[in-house]
Design a protein. Sequence first.
Length: 236
Amino acid sequence: MEIETGNNGKQIIGLMLVRNDDRFVGQALRNILGFCDKVLVLDHSSTDHTLERVEDVALSFGKQIEIHRIADVEESHAFVLPFVGKPVWLLAVDGDEIYDPSGLARLRLCILRGEFDGFWRLYGHVLNVTQLDLKQKQAKGHSSPPGHSMTKLYNMEAIQSWEGAPQRLHGGTMVLKPQWDYKNGIHAFFHRTEWDESMFRCLHMVFVKRSSRQITTLVRLCRADLLHRRSLGVKP
């Protein structure tokens, strides 16, 4: 994959992994398009209207959205590898993650100005939604922190290699370049700002129905989570 850079040599790429997320995927995709120079959407064998929702958005944005179909989540990490070591910030987003576009607009300017060049990873605020009222535009749920933040924004120029990941940007062996410090190279917005002031925040629809084909509300585990649970002897 050829990488074109601008904005002082930097580019922001969205890597979106989706599977049966037709209730939210359209909004999730639209909300990151002002932040990302390009979005790669990887559809993992959806059986609902997810792919149609993505294609509907793509009609309005042309080459900014690239759609790929994958048969296994292990294929998704191959789309990370072309960016390793390059002047690219990589945002991993799922079809049930609704980011704040106004916050992302501010964050984009900061990234392109080089304000986060000293970090290899940024963590944001998350609300894991248990109740959603679309008419009132209100969401309730469990915040992160105190839970672990699942937001993923990586400065790929800091990474030397990343092999053996069972899913994009999950697990495997990630090696930073020698001049980078693993611990001190992480910027966590939730340690510095409150939710209302955060540039990097999202609603994670993990506890509500995400597909028109979904009968009950289920928490879906990613492949990396399942492998970890199996290693501990826990049944899925």
